[in-house]
Design a protein around this ligand. Structure first.
Ligand code: ADP
Ligand code: AMP
Ligand code: ZN
Length: 222
């Protein structure tokens, strides 16, 4: 069997999944697959998929499974995912989790599921202060992870913007959707022996080093 490595990062919106996934990409040589980023890319390019996704994203609801699952299936076929991937924001409910099991079964299934814990109050603060680079997607925080120059990406000079769904009204619904639809995945992966939990209420660097330690312990990263 051609074994591949698939990590699923779990945690409430704002837990730091994207931030950690981007750091892991370079260290592990695996691509970050963020379904939210793919939807936003499609939206920016006004594709049919993007326009469909927008109506759900604006409300903080999940984009229908059929569309989301097909999109991830396609993404996993791309050449850069031949060794595996870091999944960020997918799966988000049990149907998606079962679909991911099927997609990855030929390669040994999901390898490990780190769950990043933060409080709901911290999630609100993190999300409402989040700013994203329009050109490269780098993620900042106005207070906790500010760019050197206000409003400007330190990597490529791109303009930083606030996501439409990062406004407080939408964030509350996204948290609700997390507890209702996504949180059952914690039990799902625990029962499979794949869950590892870590405290996300620390610096980005210390979360990253614990994540690396956990991956090494489980022998899914050297
Ligand atoms: P998620 O992908 O889980 O929604 P992000 O990675 O986008 O979360 O992080 C949400 C916000 O919190 C961003 O503004 C990010 O800069 C900030 N952030 C991420 N990790 C930390 C941390 N350990 N401490 C403080 N702020 C953080
Ligand atoms: P994120 O970038 O992960 O915060 O996701 C932003 C939005 O994209 C979510 O609120 C959903 O509307 C949509 N989305 C992202 N991932 C998924 C998914 N796996 N299933 C359904 N909708 C998703
Ligand atoms: Zn940038």
């Amino acid at each position: 069997m051609n074994r591949r490595t698939f990590f699923v990062l779990l945690g409430v919106p704002g837990a730091g999944k994207g931030t950690q996934a981007k750091l892991l990409e370079d260290r592990l040589g695996l691509p970050q697959i963020s379904t939210g980023d793919i939807f936003r890319y499609n939206l920016k390019n006004k594709t049919e998929l993007g326009l469909l996704a927008q109506s759900y994203m604006d409300k903080g609801e999940l984009v229908p499974d059929e569309v989301t699952i097909r999109m991830v299936e396609d993404r996993l076929q791309q050449a850069d995912a031949l060794q595996g991937a870091i999944l960020d924001g997918f799966p988000r409910n049990l149907i998606q989790a079962e679909a991911l099991d099927q997609m990855t079964a030929p390669y040994g299934g999901v390898s490990l599921v780190p769950l990043i814990h933060i409080s709901d109050e911290d999630a609100m603060l993190r999300i409402t202060g989040r700013r994203v680079c329009r050109s490269c997607g780098a993620v900042y925080h106005i207070e906790f992870n500010p760019p050197k120059k206000e409003g400007v990406c330190g990597l490529d000079g791109g303009e930083l913007y606030q996501r439409d769904d990062d406004k407080p009204e939408t964030v509350r619904n996204r948290l609700y959707v997390y507890y209702k639809q996504t949180s059952p995945l914690v039990g799902y992966y625990f029962a499979k022996g794949l869950l590892v939990e870590l405290d996300g209420n620390r610096s980005i660097e210390s979360v990253q080093s614990e994540l690396m330690e956990l991956l090494a312990e489980k022998e899914v990263a050297q």
